[in-house]
Design a protein around this ligand. Structure first.
Ligand code: LIP
Length: 266
């Protein structure tokens, strides 16, 4: 259990929502028009836009002013400060969507203490959506409480399988085959953070990815936990530094998905 008083965390959540929404407006102003990607490649299918740097810089500066004692870690600029609490930022999650003018992207701002997610805020400005959660205080979408779905039958489920070039395509095909073998409907939306948030909101029944980084999930972990989803132990092992596989699911189908995919849930 965290040593931080709930009032200190509630104050941080209010600030995080306000800053992430402002960061979202900045990202919207910089969003490229629809068409071929306006971005540079960091690696195969790994995009970097002007907004990634600008949003991360904005959040780093604002958080340092308001909470100078807190640590910071950002995906893009390598900015890092240490502290008992650590803000973890993905300035634009779903960059491949964003770079071509799509609406499916978000600003992700999480707060962790060691291996415990304390707060999460995801702002999808082009969709007008703000997900937020504080440990022990529930999860919300635009202020209304959210819960993971009550689905128990995989043949009626919808499952997102996130893809990245960090794992071999063959492993992804096997994952997809396992999921589709259950009769579940498949989708892939290009933003791991928003896929996970959709599980928390009951819009889909599970999100699975063979490798994902801390900044992609730091906010979503708090949101999923508060929404009652079943989540694999992402922060175990080297998850903090090197990322891990992730599965987040409606509790009623989690075990069936583990059996069908061989995914390590615990
Ligand atoms: C990416 C995602 C994508 C996921 C990748 C990656 P980025 O983050 O959200 O959906 O599959 O693992 O991390 O590059 O958009 O911040």
């Amino acid at each position: 259990m965290t040593a931080f008083a709930s009032t200190a965390l509630a104050r941080r959540l209010d600030t995080a929502v306000q800053l992430a929404e402002e960061a979202g407006r900045l990202a919207l102003r910089l969003r490229p028009p629809p068409g071929a990607p306006v971005a540079t490649l960091k690696g195969a299918q790994d995009w970097l836009t002007e907004a990634d740097g600008a949003v991360e810089e904005f959040l780093s500066r604002q958080l340092a002013e308001r909470f100078p004692e807190d640590g910071f870690q950002g995906e893009e600029t390598g900015r890092a400060r240490s502290g008992t609490l650590r803000w973890v930022v993905d300035p634009i999650d779903g960059t491949s969507n964003y770079a071509r003018g799509s609406a499916r992207f978000c600003v992700s701002l999480g707060l962790i203490e060691d291996r415990t997610p304390l707060l999460g805020v995801l702002v999808a400005p082009a969709m007008g959506e703000t997900f937020a959660a504080r440990r022990g205080a529930g999860a919300t979408l635009n202020g209304a409480p959210i819960r993971a779905a009550a689905t128990t039958d995989l043949s009626r489920a919808m499952v997102e399988c996130g893809w990245s070039p960090r794992r071999p395509n063959g492993a992804y095909f096997r994952l997809v085959e396992g999921v589709m073998g259950t009769g579940a409907m498949l989708r892939a939306g290009g933003s791991g953070a928003l896929g996970l948030a959709d599980v928390a909101a009951g819009r889909i029944d599970a999100y699975i990815e063979l490798h994902i980084n801390l900044w992609d999930v730091a906010a979503a972990l708090a949101i999923l936990q508060e929404a009652g989803a079943t989540v694999s132990p992402f922060l175990d092992g080297n998850g903090l530094a090197e990322g891990n596989p992730i599965m987040a699911a409606a509790p009623g189908i989690a075990e069936g998905l583990v059996v069908a995919t061989g995914f390590p849930l615990a």
